[in-house]
Design a protein around this ligand. Structure first.
Ligand code: I3P
Length: 109
């Protein structure tokens, strides 16, 4: 699955709240491939390799849990992803259908 997702990092690897200055929203072209969610700066181009930045932003969704972020009311279509290493991300999808679809696909692996 691919599509645009805006990401907010809510908690870091230790489960602690992400510090101020690093809590902003950022839009990526997301590619869910196997157990990895790639968050790329630009739309995928087959002739181009992933940049170092893209690899750093990739998230393992093995043993992760995706749910609708019902408690987050500032933006619509936001899902919450908790990873196995205790990170927490918010992702805003482009429609309610897209959000549901991302949640289902993320929880499938
Ligand atoms: C954050 C940025 C986010 C905001 C967050 C701020 O600042 O303004 O948009 O989240 O608030 O800390 P920075 O870019 O300097 O990290 P919201 O959009 O959800 O308000 P928060 O700390 O209450 O999460």
């Amino acid at each position: 699955k691919t599509g645009f997702l805006s990401r907010k990092i809510h908690a870091d690897m230790d489960g602690k709240k992400t510090p101020r200055g690093k809590r902003g929203w950022k839009t990526f072209y997301a590619v869910l491939k196997g157990m990895i969610l790639y968050l790329q700066k630009d739309e995928y181009k087959p002739e181009k390799n992933l940049s170092e930045e893209d690899l750093k932003n990739a998230v393992s969704i093995h043993h992760a849990l995706a749910i609708k972020a019902t408690e987050y009311e500032k933006k619509p279509n936001v899902l919450k992803l908790k990873t196995a290493d205790w990170r927490v991300f918010l992702f805003q999808a482009q429609s309610p259908e897209e959000m549901e679809s991302w949640i289902n696909k993320m929880n499938l692996v």
